[in-house]
Design a protein around this ligand. Sequence first.
Ligand code: AMP
Ligand code: GLY
Length: 423
Amino acid sequence: MRILLIGGGGREHALAWKLRQSVHCDTLYAAPGNAGIAQLAECVPIAPKSIPEIVDFARQNAVDLVVVGPESPLIAGLADALNEAGIPCFGPARAAAQLEGSKAFAKQLMAQVNAPTAPFAVFDDPDAAQAYLRKRFAERPCVIKADGEALGKGVFVCETLGDALDAIEFLLVERGLGEAGARIVIEDRLYGREMSLLCLTDGQTALPMPPVRDYKRALEGDRGPNTGGMGCYTPLPDATPVLIETALSQIVRPVIDEMARRGTPYKGVLYAGLMIQNAQPYTLEFNCRFGDPETQVLLPLLEGDLVELALAATEGRLQETPLRFGSRAAVCVVLASGGYPHEYRTGLPIGGLEQASQLPDVLIFHAGTRKQNGQIVTAGGRVLNVVGLGDTLEAARTNAYRAAEQIHFEGMHYRRDIAQIVL
Ligand code: AMP
Ligand code: GLY
């Protein structure tokens, strides 16, 4: 088969690595890819959101399957455009991707099916939003969320009423995030441990992957600004089978059933971002795709053939398809550019990659890298994902950090506490 992968981050390098192992994968293209993906696929300079260009490329190159990494093209309708052209696409159609594309849509759907989530209200009028907030905040802290796609910048977990009022002003009055923040969700703040539960679904059957914990803050001890993710690990000692079954029966399956009932079945990966409060899972958000960096720890443990699984999901055959993961542990440490998530330099040479990748039980996935005059250099905020595998979390962690220590570029920083605080 001829497969086209959309995206160019660490998640897509992990996807390319796993797709390449499939007996069905004869040719792999990536748009746009990165320096790591280029070792596995033919990279083509097409941006993930250039839908007509992607469809043309897929047609001209007789692509049999398109696998989409990031959310933006899915929310914009890439799967619909490909399906109209008769090209199978792994990823939900536009109407189903609204689960990530609009937080108000997702919250209203959760409320309709009684999926546990924080109480909320939706506003586009600043005065009404402020009035609700003042009343609500008197009893409990609130979180302000831009409704639309905001690349991780649209959620304000506020400590004080003043901060929350500022967030409303920023979104609804100043239009600080443009149209994405023209409508907001105000919801009660939840407290507990977060968990990413990714499920493979064909619109009817949902098969869970092992839960993952990711680290969003830039600095050790969960301090500093939010980032795209500084690391993650699986398995989670606190993710009991009962907890997972509760999340599936109260959240994931009702949402998938309701999407099907509405005539907009959800196919692909449904990622539920959960908060575990008093042993009960609550939904914080849905994502319409594989997580980044969750994918970098999940795919190395996946035992099946990813192409077969993707086809089974797009063709509605998951009921008869097992989804199996090995019982080992995996820890991912993100190596970031100096200054990230704020301003950072790019084009800095990366050393030690060869030595690090030769260590046992280590995989290195590239995120923001490119090749320049034969040398791999930095090209983004999150530069590399170092994954350690092991029979225990401790062993996986040791392997990841041993490899991270081999790698260097000017200004490189990473968290040293990934998978350290385990129940
Ligand atoms: P979201 O994109 O909605 O998952 O929000 C991003 C992050 O904000 C989450 O991973 C949580 O860390 C935090 N967050 C979102 N909603 C809440 C909430 N209701 N209570 C506490 N933290 C939240
Ligand atoms: N790891 C967070 C995300 O993929 O959105």
